[in-house]
Design a protein around this ligand. Structure first.
Ligand code: TMP
Length: 205
């Protein structure tokens, strides 16, 4: 039985996720919540190993299906090893990326079937769904300038990153109750305030 609360942060490269996550964690901790902060792909020994393969810029031959299955493998591990146990203990879990990234990058970006991704995802996360997802939206060029283009995914063409960005926006449109899109070109403090206001609606003032 899940008792905690599961929050995910999503967005393109350089959208300022890390800063906003740090601020959200600090805010919830000040409210006396027990918070677990995780990242995807990663967060467990096995998932960090898979992450190293996924982001290795030398592995140019990786096929889209291989890539999809590796992201899902990393997720299968962190869901069971970290996320579900923390939620059972009533903790707030904040994850830097989750399955919306798979929909956006492997689905909209690589062009793999969204339906196939949904099917495989069910096996990976069972009934687990984020309760709330913040999507940080940023202009592609601005984001890549901020984030740099170091790993295998960041080095993809601009057209790929454009499809990913539009993918996130399409996901938000389909699921407006769970998601909140934030314009990340705004000052950091302003974005943080909007996130805080939303969190106050869930956790109280
Ligand atoms: P990060 O740099 O934000 O930690 O994320 C690692 C990269 O992996 C980032 O470029 C997005 C990508 N990614 C996917 O392509 N699919 C996924 O399912 C996840 C979680 C991340």
């Amino acid at each position: 039985m899940k008792k905690g609360y599961f929050i995910t942060f999503e967005g393109a490269e350089g959208s300022g996720k890390s800063t906003q996550i740090r601020n959200a964690v600090a805010f919830l901790k000040k409210k006396g919540r027990s918070v677990v902060m995780l990242r995807e792909p990663g967060g467990t020994r096995i998932s960090e190993g898979v992450r190293a393969i996924l982001l290795d810029k030398r592995l140019k031959e990786m096929t889209p299906v291989t890539e999809l299955l590796l992201y899902l493998a990393a997720r299968a591990q962190i869901v069971r090893e970290k996320i579900l146990p923390a939620l059972r203990q009533g903790k707030v879990v904040i994850c830097d990326r989750f399955e919306d990234s798979t929909r956006a990058y492997q689905g909209y970006g690589r062009g793999l079937s969204l339906e196939a991704i949904e099917q495989a995802s069910k096996l990976v996360r069972g009934a687990l769904r984020p309760d709330l997802t913040f999507i940080l939206d940023i202009d592609i060029a601005q984001g890549l300038k901020r984030g740099g283009r170091h790993d295998r995914i960041e080095r993809e063409a601009l057209s790929f990153h454009r499809r990913v960005r539009n993918g996130f926006l399409a996901i938000a449109k389909k699921d407006p109750r769970r998601t909140m899109v934030l314009d990340s070109s705004q000052p950091v403090g302003q974005v943080s305030r909007k996130i805080r206001e939303r969190l106050e609606r869930v956790f109280g003032k």
